[in-house]
Ligand binder design. Structure first.
Ligand code: ATP
Length: 311
């Protein structure tokens, strides 16, 4: 039997009054992945995390975490899950070490095990040797401490609700590096409305819009499936004639002449384009100086799937 998914939801639905915050969500998060849950404000991300952690009950549908139904086995599930809410609370008078010791003791850790866990987490968060009180920490330091605290019970699954949204670029970079360093150690599921976060650290992503998952796949697959790509061709001469020939191909969405002998082609089928272009160039009896296929970013995929619309 294959290993259970870290998270599996089936037709998961949550209705608040007239609002369908989640509307039939089928989501599978593979164990071991760093999974981005991407959606604009109001898409239903926080609602999803509340249902997965058992903090709220679904209107209908099911949520399984680490192979167990959260509504049936909430406490068992929570013992194996770490969670950082969107607005975490801290005790400002404590140091980072005090705070992690306190959090660890709530999970029953004592003695050497607690010492080792706290030392490892301070190191992971880049807070070793920081003796000032949490009240004086930057937002970035607080978030890193928050993630460390969510890891204190060595969870198999770490859930983070918009962990980077209040951070400046440096703070985001540090926190994302911390998340990336967990790869292979624990499954990470984090919500965000920031595309760059997902592109930087996630293996796979689900895109949520108006309570529905509009796409979920490994990132590379999503960009390949939905995107047009840019291909740059550079030839030694005859670029104008070549541009006209390329524009007539079925995979060419647009063709723009660049400087010198370069031509930028937006293609709908990159594989076909890369196969055809050298043959067309050879048929013209001209020299091919460069052929490059650019990657389409997640941003274009996101806009294509969710549209320009924002709530
Ligand atoms: P944000 O990024 O703004 O936090 P989100 O993607 O986390 O957004 P949710 O907070 O899950 O979105 O909200 C989804 C929808 O459900 C919104 O329309 C919101 O107003 C509504 N909603 C969420 N919680 C409640 C509640 N307790 N009562 C009523 N409506 C709610």
């Amino acid at each position: 039997m294959s290993a259970p998914a870290a998270i599996r939801t089936t037709a998961l639905t949550k209705v608040y009054g007239d609002t369908r915050a989640l509307d039939g969500v089928d989501l599978t998060v593979p164990e071991g992945s760093i999974f981005g849950f991407l959606g604009p404000n109001g898409a239903g991300k926080t609602t999803m995390l509340r249902l997965i952690t058992g903090l709220a009950q679904p209107t209908s549908g099911t949520a399984e975490v680490l192979g167990r139904d959260v509504t049936q086995a909430g406490n068992l599930v929570r013992a194996e899950v770490g969670f950082l809410p969107d607005v975490p609370g801290f005790y400002d008078w404590m140091t980072a070490e005090d705070f992690l010791r306190f959090a660890g003791s709530l999970f029953g850790l004592r003695g050497t095990l607690l010492d080792q866990r706290v030392a490892m987490l301070l190191d992971l968060a880049g807070l070793t040797g920081v003796t000032s009180r949490v009240g004086g920490f930057s937002r970035g330091m607080k978030q890193r401490l928050g993630v460390a605290q969510a890891l204190v019970n060595a969870p198999r699954l770490l859930l983070l609700d918009e962990p980077t949204s209040a951070l400046d670029p440096m703070g985001r970079k540090d926190l994302l590096e911390m998340i990336a360093s967990l790869r292979g150690r624990t499954t990470v599921f984090f919500s965000t409305h920031i595309l760059g976060d997902v592109e930087r650290v996630c293996d796979a992503v689900a895109i949520l819009d108006h309570g529905r998952v509009v796409a979920q796949a490994p990132i590379a697959e999503l960009t390949a499936a939905y995107g047009e790509r840019k291909v740059v061709v550079e030839v030694t001469d005859g670029a104008d004639e070549l541009a006209a020939l390329l524009a007539a191909r079925p995979w060419a969405a647009s063709v723009v002449r660049g400087p010198n002998g370069s031509i930028e082609v937006t293609v709908t089928d990159a594989v076909a384009a890369q196969h055809d272009i050298p043959a067309i160039v050879a048929g013209q009896g001209i020299g091919l100086a460069r052929l490059e296929a650019g990657e389409m970013g997640l941003e274009e995929v996101f806009v294509e799937l969710v549209g320009g619309e924002r709530r």
